[in-house]
Design a protein around this ligand. Sequence first.
Ligand code: NAP
Ligand code: GDD
Length: 341
Amino acid sequence: MLRKKALITGINGQDGSYLAELLLDKGYDVYGLMRRKSKLEYGNVTHLKDKIKFIYGDMTDLVSLINAVRIAMPDEVYNLAAQSFVGTSWDQPIATAEIDGLGVTNMLEALKIAAPLARFYQASTSEMFGLVQEIPQKETTPFYPRSPYGVAKVYGHWITKNYRESYDMFACSGILFNHESERRGEEFVTRKITMAVAKIALGLQDHVELGNLDAKRDWGHAKDYVKAMWLMLQQEKPDDYVIATGETRTVREFAEAAFAAVDIQLEWKGQGVEEVGIDKNTGKVVLKINPEFFRPAEVELLIGCPDKAKKQLGWKLEIPFKELVERMVKNDLRILKEGNK
Ligand code: NAP
Ligand code: GDD
């Protein structure tokens, strides 16, 4: 039987790496779109670099995407590439729009031209719900994005639907809520916390500085979420699905869980920007607020309803919150002790 071929954009990011592992395990030929950098490095797929066929390209360059599609002639395309850090989207709103918004049209056009029968997955996001209009958020909840990133992703979401309806393409959007992992970028709040907790536990750092501790997120593990991406492209008909745990926690609760993983129980003192987290045993301040990390507009509460995905895709969550946090802290301790990544 012919092996299926998949093209993954954003292959060396967090999700790209877990998805590549999943598809290689399933016997796919995996092609990965990668940006040319001054120093050749494979990021999260370094361990898979001999198994993946890399193609240089950029989401803002239609020619490079047509070229990539012609080389791979994929059965399935997973569009994970993005400027994915919400904070940076205020500093680089135009680049974010070009990559996360127009970049999706570029990829859809490349497919329309070179492989119109390929199945397409778009990495949509719970950030599109922003100032939430309904609790919990589901596929039918109206969008109200709160950042240039969220706005660009709403465009990407709708252009995906539009190409499905205009050209009968098999194009799906996964509206994924926050998912983290041992491979999460270090500027995202979960990994920033777990890395700092590991350093504090090893005596390499005194404290961590954070922004809004009251923001609530629905956090799962990326390994579970890439399975949903694949399932969406195996259905009879293309559709959009929310992928979430259905639970929400504050950043404060994430920090408590991460410190607890190294046996530090946190006690909170003070209010607002004066609030601090104190190690109950030693009385030392291990967490401070730094207004620099607050955002111009915040998404205060995210909690998704994954019922449609559970029912129609048979998707289920395997890694619960506590295990997610413990895995991340344990891995950061290992990295620091071994002195490598
Ligand atoms: P990530 O780790 O930041 O990975 C992003 C990837 O996109 C990297 O490989 C990056 O390559 C690539 N990229 C950025 N700009 C590009 C461009 N102009 N051309 C080609 N590639 C480019 O993000 P992630 O957490 O894996 O997320 C994957 C996707 O899911 C993103 O679209 C994100 O917006 C979306 N999403 C994520 C979450 C989440 O909680 N993780 C939730 C919902 C949706 P470089 O290494 O060259 O920068
Ligand atoms: N990054 C960061 N750093 N966030 C902080 C900090 C800090 O020091 N302190 C508090 N926060 C708060 C942010 O204000 C936000 O409310 C929350 O922690 C989560 O921030 P991030 O981890 O940066 O993730 P995000 O929710 O903004 O975006 C992630 O999830 C989206 C899905 O909802 C990214 O992965 C996006 O790409 C993704 O679409």
